[in-house]
Structures are given as C-alpha cells and as structure tokens.
Design a protein around this ligand. Structure first.
Ligand code: NAP
Ligand code: FE
Length: 365
C-alpha cells in the first residue's frame, strides 16, 4: 500500500506570487521574512512580496542573515526575532538555505527550543508557525518537502531533520526568480534536483507513484541544463528546470534521501563544496554501488532516456564536475563515522559499510 502525503498548496508558473498573494491573508497579520544577503532582492521575489503585503494590508519584518548551509546559531537568532516581533507566520525566500532556515526558525520558536533538540524531531517538534516558501533556485525542492538541513557550528556537522509540521503551507514557485542565477548555481542546483530524482529510485521507500515523474524530471534536466547554462535568461528553459526541481522535491518528500546526500554533507561542511556539487561528485559511484540491487528500475530509467548506463555516466562526466580541492586522508578517516550515523543512511537499498564509504571518497580524491 502506498501512502502519498504532500500537504503543500503550491502555485507553479510565471507570476505565481503576484497573482495568488491574496492567499497569504489567511495566515495572520504579521510575517517574518527569512532571506539571504541578496538573492531575494536580485531575483525580484522580495519586491513582489512587499507589493503583496501592501495589497493585503499585512505587516512584516525581514531577517536577512542566512548564509549558504545555514548555522544553527543563525537559526536561533531568527527564532528570537520571530518571537520578539510576535510574527504569525514565516516566509522563506531564496534557495534551500533561507527556506530551510525559515523552517527551522519556525520550529525552534514555536517549540521554544534552545537549538540542538531540533534534530530530535519526534520528541521536540510538536508544531510550527505556518511556513510559506518562495524558491529562487531550481534544485532543492525544499518548497514541497518536510525537511530542513542545518549545520551545527559547534561540532561542524551538517544534518537534516524532517517533520510533517514543517511542510510549507503555501509555496509560490515562479521560474522568473531563477533568471538571475549565476552559471555555477544553475548547474550545481540542477544536479541536486537530479540527485533527489535518483534517490527516489534508490530509497527503500521508493514507490511507483513517483516513477513517472522521476523519469520525466531526469529527462528534463538532461535535455535542458546545457540550454539554460548557455541562455540563462531563457524563461521557458528556466521553467523546465524549476519543474524538474519541484518533481525532485515531491519525490523525496515521500522517499527521503539516501547515502547520496549523507556522503556529500561532510564535503560541504569541511571543504565548502556546494551541496549540489557534493552530490554530483559521488553520483556515478553511488549508482554503480546500487545498480546490482536496482537493475530493473535503473534499466527502465535508461530505456526511457534512450541511453545506456555508460551513456548516462558520460553525460555526468560532460558536466565537468570538479571538487576544486584535495580531499585529504584525515577527512576520509574522520568522516566515515559521521556518514554512517546520518539519518538518511537508513533508506539505502542495500547495506553500505565503512569500507564502501572510504572507497567512494577515495574515488573522488
Ligand atoms: P543556497 O545555499 O540557498 O544559495 C546558493 C547561492 O545562490 C547563494 O549565494 C544565494 O545568494 C544565491 N542565489 C540564490 N538564488 C539566487 C538568484 N535567484 N539569483 C542570484 N543568486 C541567487 O543554494 P541551494 O542549493 O538552493 O540550497 C542549498 C541548501 O539546501 C543546502 O543547505 C542543502 O543541504 C539544502 N537542501 C535542502 C533540501 C530540503 O528538502 N530541505 C533538499 C536539498 C538540499 P544569497 O546568499 O543572497 O541567498
Ligand atoms: Fe539535496
């Protein structure tokens, strides 16, 4: 039996927010808007939102301190601001970093948590302030997932948590906000979306409702990423990548992620490799490890794409994913345990050992 639970109302398409901003009225009078330094402004999303607030007669305050791979300390600061301002709801604008931070801020403030308890969701997250999401990247799909990924500065561990309370209530997904994305962010975030789609196959929670959108999502990325990279202002192409990213989010909202994500987190927290690139670097190696256990599903994907597995690997190679730093031996020794302890590991299709993890890291050294 498949249970598919995706309780997010979302508006997808050009002017999604401008045309449907009235929907925000039902969530209260005062909002806290969570953003990064500049993406909310350069994408045009913040301008659209402030216009909507004016039309709705709503008040807001902005917390714009979210950096890439947000820290728990910043989340705590945002939660305090939410409480002091007595906001009724929370809006995250940006890539995955501000939107994940908005989710964490909402959960922390609502449950009066100090910080680290946030990872023990069952025990400590009993609700959240209503969350709205406005993505400006096409990668994480966080606007339709119940997850948030936050880094604990004290121990350097980047880890996700999931709770149905942090599913956004409404998401406004407008591809025009991605027209300002730089080349590298476009590429790396598309690879994150690709990872999510593949993990919908890898995860033990894979389900056949997802399979058609997984296949179509991967096809969209394969056929459109290069076009978007060469024509960054092409809205039609941007809309396609946004759709694939939304598909990826819908998929993992049901299946969660796997080692593909767990093994990438330390590359981000230790070496600053972007999230999408961290996934991309290990993509072929993870697929090779899982292929014997998922041959039918993966062959079905390759047949749909009219590619062989080798063609698929060649396409990944053609994306020129490069770590840009030397992965040292101490890192491999030290991080294996962290990967093994990551919550996403529970959903791998087969057992993955410490040796397997070391081997994969060595392959990208
Ligand atoms: P991001 O970290 O949110 O943003 C990356 C960079 O792109 C930032 O410098 C940002 O600027 C800039 N940027 C964003 N939108 C822009 C725009 N429209 N125009 C110009 N620049 C823009 O990137 P992301 O890949 O979307 O998010 C990654 C995070 O999401 C990671 O922490 C990852 O672990 C997490 N994630 C979460 C989920 C989930 O389900 N919750 C799934 C996958 C990944 P600013 O600094 O100004 O914002
Ligand atoms: Fe991801």
């Amino acid at each position: 039996m498949i249970r598919y639970y995706m309780p997010v109302e979302f508006y997808f398409g050009k002017n999604a927010l401008v045309e449907n901003g009235g929907k925000l009225k039902q969530w209260g009078q005062k909002a806290i808007v969570i953003t990064g330094r500049s993406s909310a402004k350069v994408s045009g999303a913040l301008d659209d939102l402030t216009t909507v607030f004016e039309q709705n007669g709503q008040e807001y305050t902005i917390f714009d301190k979210i950096k890439e791979n947000p820290y728990l300390t910043t989340v705590k600061e945002g939660a305090k601001k939410l409480q002091d301002y007595e906001a009724d709801f929370v809006i995250g604008i940006g890539g995955g970093s501000p939107i994940d931070a908005a989710k964490a801020i909402s959960a922390l403030a609502y449950n009066n948590l100090q910080g680290e308890e946030i990872y023990q969701t069952k025990k400590y997250i009993n609700g959240a302030y209503p969350i709205m999401a406005i993505p400006t990247t096409s990668g994480t799909g966080t606007e339709v997932t119940p997850y948030s990924v936050i880094t604990n500065k004290e121990n350097g561990i980047k880890a996700g948590f999931g709770s149905s309370h942090i599913f956004p209530k409404i998401s406004f997904i407008d591809p025009k906000y991605t027209l300002s994305l730089p080349y590298k962010v476009t590429k790396d975030t598309a690879i994150d979306a690709l990872s999510h789609l593949l993990e919908g196959i890898y995860s033990r929670r894979r389900n056949k409702v997802n399979f058609p959108i997984i296949k179509r999502g991967i096809e969209i990325i394969k056929d459109n990423l290069a076009i978007c990279l060469n024509n960054p202002k092409n809205l039609e192409c941007r809309e396609k990548l946004m759709l694939a990213s939304t598909y990826g989010g819908m998929v993992i909202s049901q299946t969660s992620t796997t080692i593909q994500h767990s093994i990438g987190y330390p590359l981000t927290s230790s070496y600053g490799v972007t999230h999408g690139l961290a996934n991309g670097l290990v993509m072929k190696h993870i697929m090779e490890k899982f292929y014997p256990y998922l041959q039918e599903e993966l062959d079905d994907l390759f047949a749909y794409l009219e590619m062989s597995k080798e063609d698929f690997y060649e396409w990944i190679d053609s994306l020129n994913l490069n770590v840009g730093v030397k992965i040292e031996d101490w890192f491999i020794e030290e991080k294996v345990e962290e990967v093994l302890n990551s919550r996403n590991m529970a959903l791998n299709p087969t057992e993955v050992t410490a040796e397997d993890i070391k081997e994969i890291y060595k392959k990208i050294q």
